[in-house]
Design a protein around this ligand. Structure first.
Ligand code: ZN
Length: 46
C-alpha cells in the first residue's frame, strides 16, 4: 500500500484497497514499516 511521503511514526494510515488501518511503526532510510493498528474500542473477549 502507498504511504504518504510525510508519514510520521505513530501515524495511522488507511489502506485504500481493503480499508484496513495500519500504524507507522518505524521509518528508516525512506522505508516505512507498518503494523496493524490497535483496534481501540473493539472487545473480542480475549
Ligand atoms: Zn490493504
Amino acid at each position: 500500500m502507498a504511504v504518504p511521503n510525510d508519514a510520521i511514526v505513530g501515524e495511522i494510515v488507511s489502506c485504500k484497497d481493503c480499508s484496513s488501518e495500519y500504524e507507522v511503526a518505524e521509518i528508516a532510510n525512506g522505508t516505512v514499516l507498518l503494523k496493524p493498528a490497535e483496534q481501540v474500542g473493539e472487545d473480542w473477549g480475549e
